[in-house]
Design a protein around this ligand. Sequence first.
Ligand SMILES: Cc1ncc(COP(=O)(O)O)c(C=O)c1O
Length: 376
Amino acid sequence: MDLPPKRECLEEIKPYVPGKPVEEVKREYNLEEVIKLASNENPLGPSPRAQEAMRESVEEVSFYPDGNCYRLKRILTRRMGVDQEELIIGNGSDELLKLLAETYINPGDEAVMPQPSFSEYDFAMKVMGGISRFVPLRSDFEYDLEAMLEAVNERTRLVFLCNPNNPTGTFVNHRNLSNFIKKLPRGVIVVVDEAYCEYASDPYFPHSLELLEGGHPLLVLRTFSKIYGLAGLRIGYGIGSKQLIADMQRVREPFNVNYMAQVAAAAALEDDLHLARSRNLVEEGRRQVALGLEEMGLYPVPSQANFFFVNIGVDSREAFPLFLKRGIVIRTGDIFGYPNYIRVNFGTLEQNQLFLDALKEVREELGVGEGSPGSG
Ligand SMILES: Cc1ncc(COP(=O)(O)O)c(C=O)c1O
């Protein structure tokens, strides 16, 4: 077929590899039960209030949704003390990353981002012909903020910070983030991606909305895909200055967020009980998994998120099919540059136990028995 040449910048883009879907694993391994702990979803599912709101709204889907997401924004403004004009709602926060790059990135412009971190920052840059400057995490998996500052130059338009970071679960605290932002040149936008912030319990976790008042361009990203359990609906939001949001609105499609997503997100925001239950489950999971891993001589990276990153002492690509065979989907660390690590989200306590049992068996099958530490 004679196609025109595709844009040059696309040569560098590798399609995103999502966590393996449950149905696919069931088919391939002839299993009835499969537990997916690979995409940091909420094992408790969507908030019951969101489910009810969706059921009640089914008939409305013959109408176009409100492109401005007025109702949802009204709840967000009330809960967060920001103005409607400081909010943008997206088809997942993924879309907001792309809109941001479409707004500010010309070919050859640069962004500084940690590595490993969420792959969509690089994708958003590459799609616009931008250049990603990767700054490795320190050996303790903390951000190397000094090195990130050094990577900023006159072509830098964006700096990405994922807080807590995916895949490590580590975080930058309020003071360090605030100082970092102050040291950046004026025209550089800081993107603080807080997809997992609701799970963070450390008292020094940033109050990012306070930092918005500091005057430096900042975009805080949040999502309904994680703690709110609405990943399948695709909805997230960004908070920034009125000028930044107005700039981004220019590239947003008129009806980018579907009606069900708006209805469900609005209801989920008001469901404090579901939020608390989801958070408590992760806190319990952290204790349970830390103990279970310790018995195997394994120590996860301290995580403020709903997942953990751990060196299992064997190549995760070899371990992966052995987990699948047992009906458990995890993420291998090779995609993040750490082949002996896996990233696993906390499930229900029962699912966590099944994971721990499976890990023990998988390590034995691969010849790493008890007392062979995998961390370090
Ligand atoms: C750090 C981070 N940001 C953003 C997203 C995307 O979220 P959404 O489903 O809102 O597009 C994810 C999803 O995995 C993520 O891990």
